[in-house]
Design a protein. Sequence first.
Lengths: 373, 766
Amino acid sequence: MTPSDTGPTRTGPPADVLRPHAEQRHADELAALARADDRVRPPGWRLSPWAVVTYVLGGELGDGTLVSPKYVGDRRIVEVAVATLATDRALLLVGAPGTAKTWLSEHLAAAVSGDSTLLVQGTAGTSEDAVRYGWDYARLLSEGPSRRALVPGPVMTAMAEGRLARVEELTRIPSEVQDALITVLSEKTLPVPELGEEVQARRGFNLIATANDRDRGVNAPSGALRRRFNTVHMPSPATAEEEVGIVARRVDEMGRSLGLPEVSSGMEEIRRVVTVFRELRRGATEDGRAEVASPGATLSTAEAISVLTQGMALAAHFGDGVLRPADVAAGVHGAVVRDPVSDGVVWREYLETVARDRDGWGEFYRACREVSD
Amino acid sequence: MNTTDSGRVRVLGVRHHGPGSARAVRTELEDFAPDAVLVEGPSDADPLLSLVGGLEPPVALLAHAPGARGARSGPRRSAFWPFASFSPEWQALLYAHEHGCDVRFCDLPASVSLAVEDGGSDGGAPLARPADPLAELAAAAGYDDAERWWDDTIEHRGRERDHLPNARSAPALAPPSPFAAIAEAMTEVRARTAPGPPPLHEARREAHMRRAVRSALRAGHARIAVVCGAWHVPALLQRPKAAEDAALLRRMPRVAAETTWIPWSHGRLSASSGYGAGVRAPGWYHHLFSAPDRPLERWLSEAARLLRAEGEHVSTAHVIEGVRLCEALAALRGRPLPGLDEAGEAVASVLCEGSALKAERVRAAMETAERLGRVPPSVPKVPLQKDLEAHQRRLRLRPDAEPRDLDLDLREENGRARSALLHRLRMLEVDWGVPVADPVRVLGSFHERWRVAWYPELEAAVVDASVWGSDVASAADARTRDRAAHADLTGLTTLAEHCLKAGLDSALEAVLDRASARAAHASDTAALMDAVPPLARAARYGDVRGTASAPLRRVAAMLLDRVCAGIGPAVTNLSEEAAEEMCGAVEAVHRSAVLIGGASERSWWDALVRLSTRSGVPGLVAGRVHRLLRDGGRLGDGELLRRLSRAASRGSEPQRAAAWIAGFLGGEGQVLVHDEGLLRLVDTWLCALDGESFGAVLPLLRRTFGGFSNGERRAIARKVRTLGVGPRTASPGSEGPEESEASGVDLDRAAGAVATAALLLGREEG
């Protein structure tokens, strides 16, 4: 993509696009919000902070337009995030996998800049070029360094156009590449020494990064970079019902997209797996009566989904087509026990002190015992 | 209210413990310069007002009814009126004290309010009132949180000045008095949410306040200021006939009540401590009231200072960004100024860089900002002192300055009661008695020795302890619960032991609940192991003292189960010192396991069996485990012999082998003397060694036997001599094949070994 004159106003997506961008999906809502929004908009913003919060959390506008909630959770999180962007501090969303970090960052970018596509996907192989700019080598060779030979990266584009850039999985990017962001965030300029030029960020530029704080082997951002971010911690779903709902919906979707044979509803199993994950994560049983130890594993909503999807596959291909405790026991064990020694103790304790005596959990308890012994 | 009155009386409606209200009251009083101040508080506490100058807030006015204890079901025995430096009422009292004007409490006397039952025999009326009258006002202003609304409109008033240059030198910019608006708003709220006459008790309170205003007017005061809860303002502004109020105040129930000042604390002011009119964050309010200007900037700087003290790198830039975030958030939320919520979020997102754990630590430290008040010794005695005196009389235990020793027999009722009293006082940090180690202390002894002496400082300690309750039992109970909230697992089990000794059964339950909760999170099995013995011991004390020890046993058993689940990894790969500690811990847990019994004891034995074959267990611990198994009859001699040989075989590292043997024998020479089976086992193993192995083992053995006393070594040697003859006649064929091999001993070849063994065991016997 080039910083062309089409700007952030995009034409609608073709109908068969697999996954339209947030600003395309919710174009109507954004337009309605922009109409209804009479509050002060920070320079370069398409909506006021209040309207951005309303877009993300949902609500009803004065003209009767219903804005669908994009993020279900604590209002304060969204408020802090939006206020951070409004103070032109960079925003870092951290949290366990599966806590809607990317989801929130996409919607924030869509609402603030009308464009969620200026994205750097962090991987171990992300180079400085991807963060800043690269070269069109054919042109570079034929014409020498020139503005035309320069291929701006998403961050550079965002700076030039005064929009939001997103960096996904910041902690997967090698440390020295991460540090390329420091100048961008503190000086708000991106020098291009080859041309003796620089790109100065226009008002409205800011950066949203997401990072996973549970996986090991990541490149923790340097203190210097960290200081340029306000950090917002994304929590796991607050209530069991909320989480069961999310898991059930996603398992159903994934089952269909993987073309798994129909497996009769495993609501009971879904509820059980979510309960086990939540209790181990929280360190207490759902009724709050007893406390349990937490293992080192993340046990995110996303993992519960994959355990259940795997269980569905087992039930469909090797079982009787009904999701049974035995189908999920191995998956649960694998998700909980990452470190055979310490997690093994935690899991055995959980089975003996919680699972064993719970009504209707007998089969699950026996299946897990079989797997863990 | 007639016009002359309205000029003479000003009613200042406040929120209890609101710093903005406190500021406003102070300004209003200085402006009005009253010669009489009436404050909402029990009117029978008036004599105590002369002591205000000597108090250091937070303090509380305590009223209690000594006679009401348990006499009837229902009546409250005591009530508190806490005052912090940021309480408007306190500022009013302080103003009156500093300016020498007449000051009185105007609410119903405590003797009446204590006699009125909580549930309301006067018609269950309290329930009919809106739970929070301010919520109506807040909702009207578009707030879902009444506290926040009040903060925004009242408490944060006066802070606007802070953002103007030269604010201090520009008194003209001071906000106008809020009290007229409050009165008007509350009149509206009362008319809408609680129309009609108020319930009896409230009507009486307000009648009493009006009567106090009338008598102040009659006394000829020119300017009278009344400081009371905002809710009561409308009732004080309308002035019915004196006779109506008099009728209301007739025939009220009364009890004999006594009042005094006691020290209070911020922790007990906070709403989370269960105090009804409490505030969410006393530390924040104290800060708002005491900070001269820029409270937000100061608050975040203080948070930064706290974090730096913990070794975090928090720069001034962090604080600046924190303040900016607060202001952006306040603007986004439509609040006039950033408040505690915004400050908390800035601390979490900017200063702590997203770490919820750090943010929570800062929050806990700053929002409560624990602070203890003081009262001078001249205040009337607190109920706790009186209760203690009653105990002293009843138990015939006089507080003498002269130290003396006390030997209590716990089988007698008086002995038990005395012991409980002394233990409870110790829980309250009133160290009247100090336990003395019994020269012949036996586990679960019926005797307890104390050294008792009463120092003058103890009086102050009792006053300080009165924060916790009005009698020794309930104060000790409350103190224990508070400690339990902050104790680690070992601390908790020790507390449980103390609870039992002090006879604090309900606190014991709380402590045990907490202990089982903690145990679930204890990743450190060693810590769990340390926690088991005190509990098992306590269960045993319980038996002696005749109290129920079932819950103790239950928790001890639960702890033991967790130890059994995690002991494997815990004893693996330890340093030498750690192994020594672990060895002691295993021993202690073992003794406790036997005391606890039941399924937990069985699972402990299973854990020991598992441990005995586990690799990576230090020699000392492995040896000890084998010994425990053998003593418990869980390991046959044949198998044990095999393991002993293997542990001390040449393939095994010499240090480990030495440690194994040391652990197995456990530094007790006496056992070898008295336990012939054990001695024979060691003997059999030794005799079966070939020359080279024997040479290798010798230094190790020397090390172990070197630890025994001379007498022990001599006794063992004597025993070994008889052993040579004894075993074969006593139990022929009971030993393994080694035995028969030993019977064909070549005396000449053995002579060298015997001589060395003799040397090893004690020369004289050789």
